[in-house]
Write a protein of this length. Sequence first.
Length: 263
Amino acid sequence: MKHPHRNPGWTRRLAVLLAAALLSACATIQAPPPEERIAADPWEPFNRNMYAFNRGVDRAVLQPLARGYNTITPEPVERGIANALDNLRSVPVMLNLLLQGRPAHAGRMFERFFVNSVFGLGGILDVASDAGIPDFDEDFGQTLAVWGWEDSRFLVLPFLGPSTLRDALSRPVDATADVPWREVIDGRLYILGVDIVQQRADLLDREEDLEAAFDEYLLVRDAWLQQRAYKISGESTTPDYDVLLEEDPWDDDLPPTADPDGD
């Protein structure tokens, strides 16, 4: 008897898409020799190939889903979904603020979470921003930076994209902090899928700039490192990523990088 949760046709289609993504990994600019790499990216050959793989998956799967999502979802509904998903992420943010020794900011984040959950229909409406309650964007990678692990090697993760060794190791902690809240919601896997598509849809307007770059990998790496350095530099509220992404990615004024022999 056929298993009710298996779909051989979908499995085959997924295999074809992943195969196309793997083939796209071959089309990447060759990494420079070790002596010419920046200290923060000693694993550049691996990272370039992983970036190419992720871009293949993105073009084959995520971009079509995101464009379809944008087409069928009215802008107010899309914004409401994004607000609700941001509200769900408030819980691990509060925990990280406490771990960073910032109880006052954790209290404001709880205030924001409470106001949006109760008066914003579960976070669909961002009532807290209208009321002037600040927003924070903290994760366990930033907490580790506050604790002393400030510099870390750049690392591109399969499917997850740009990261560092520090931030990659911190992901399970943030995921664990997020689970108890999501456990109370039926269809949490569906919510996770919508979250991924929503975040990709928000980045569709960057696609032309990305494809116009001579070296996509360098553009993404340098912009991401600058963003990440900004987030852990002591700013208390969510940084303006748009301003950072508009900066020249070829600028040599990069954030402090790790020692080549460090992590």
